[in-house]
Design a protein around this ligand. Sequence first.
Ligand SMILES: *[C@@H]1O[C@H](CO)[C@@H](O)[C@H](O)[C@H]1NC(C)=O
Ligand SMILES: *[C@@H]1O[C@H](CO)[C@@H](O)[C@H](O)[C@H]1NC(C)=O
Length: 390
Amino acid sequence: MVAFVAAMGTTGRCGILLFTLLAQFCCAHSWKIDPLILNEQLLWIGGGAGEVHTYRIPLITFTPRGSLLAFAEARKSSSVDMQAKFIALRRSTDRGLTWSPTSFIVDDGSLVDGLNLGSVIVDEERKSVMLIYSLCFYHYHCSPSSTMLIESLDDGLSWSAPRNLSVQLGVKSFIPGPGFGIQKRYNPAKGRLVACGHGTISGDGVFCIFSDNHGRTWKNGAALKSIPYNQPKQSQDFNPDESQPVEMEDGTIVVNIRNQMKYHCNCRIIARSLDGGESLPMEEVTFDKTLVDPVVAAGALQKEGVLYFTNPANSEHRVNLTLRWSLTNGKSWQEEAVQIWAGPSGYSSMTSLKSDYPEDKKYIYVIYEKGHKDYCETISFAKIHLYGGL
Ligand SMILES: *[C@@H]1O[C@H](CO)[C@@H](O)[C@H](O)[C@H]1NC(C)=O
Ligand SMILES: *[C@@H]1O[C@H](CO)[C@@H](O)[C@H](O)[C@H]1NC(C)=O
């Protein structure tokens, strides 16, 4: 590719013609995937400025109008999970080049066991963006747990008042994601919204909820329960935890799952739903030993038939944030992984824009926890060109 670029520089118009031809190849899938970080910027920096101590749990989504929305928990007084928080939002309308100032779209006041993120879901037919989060997950000086939803119908500019989904789903402790939920693009259950999340330490497992009417009502779907269920865990128990669902082009939902107690391997648990998120049968559960993992929330994305995966690729520590890709729906991974950040790195999430505009076929967007001494120092956004910058 380097040789080609040099040649293009010296051949003027002819070079440009050739470039146009190659660019067409690129977008018809046949071009080799060669991810290049085109630009990276810090969206949030912790350290106590203003009313926020630490930003964690980054989420990113496309919108039906071609914008990007980035969300994070803004933890008010320290870096620990259980404390009062805001949900922070920044918005980009130019494919990640510039971002709006932060707005705080939800404030849980001074609740110690307040909100936890969360899954963002886009309904492309209704042109809506929904964000689902939990309240009172740990039952610390509060009861019961609630699953809450806010929605934007104007590209993330304004948000509805929180709606309490527990009225329909029940009050089981449930933190969606963290990551995105999906709208099924293929049958079975085309058009359905599906979000998956996890339960409490004892009642843990992966649980999916779904809606067949654009988010108006929700039902409980698949449950992949931990063993022993509703009992304290010990090392190497089966304990599926935080997860990211993606839809394959055959309509299967593949759920990439945090392996909390390192059952079977220091690697990811993979579950598959063949019925649009209503079940995650045990026969479809596998362990992906290529996806070595230190026990963390990871990112997954299906784009143009290629499956992408991000995590801190290390069996013990949250370091070495790495992008992998699979041309075989996750049965195997390409050898040439790309390291996004060598140092401390934690949770990550990915998205891509879905317009017919050819440029949007070339990029994916990664958001992740990044630091020098500790992974929770900042939240970083990386724009990745899938075809080596061409
Ligand atoms: C949500 O609904 C459930 C079930 O009706 C209720 O017990 C819970 O208190 C509600 N939560 C909030 C925050 O209103
Ligand atoms: C980083 O990830 C790559 C790809 O999986 C792996 O080869 C390398 O050993 C990892 N390095 C560290 C320090 O974990």
